[in-house]
Design a protein. Structure first.
Length: 92
């Protein structure tokens, strides 16, 4: 049986996909920034949805540190995907 694979090769894509599969972020996982090559602790959860490939009620989550919140949210907002950004404590 073929298993659907996440699109994209970026670390952020894979990480967001994994978060989506588990339905949330748990305390046992280190909450790390989703930006490429960044290992900082995540401070923000960016919730987004691509209406072309996701159901409207399905939210994906990218985690961001303070330094990358702007970069990642701008990336998503420019494509019209960003729903909101909340402190990471709100999704625990
Ligand atoms: Zn970062």
């Amino acid at each position: 049986m073929r298993v659907a694979t996440a699109k994209g090769t970026g670390r952020a894509d894979r990480r967001a996909w994994a978060v989506g599969q588990t339905g949330g972020v748990t305390d046992s996982e280190p909450l790390q920034c989703s930006a490429k090559d960044c290992r900082a602790d995540a401070r923000w959860a960016l919730r987004w949805n691509n209406p072309k490939i996701h159901d409207a009620d399905r939210l994906k989550i990218w985690l961001a540190c303070d330094d990358h919140k702007e970069h990642l949210s701008t990336f998503l907002a420019r494509r019209g995907f960003l729903r909101d950004a909340v402190p990471v404590d709100e999704i625990r």
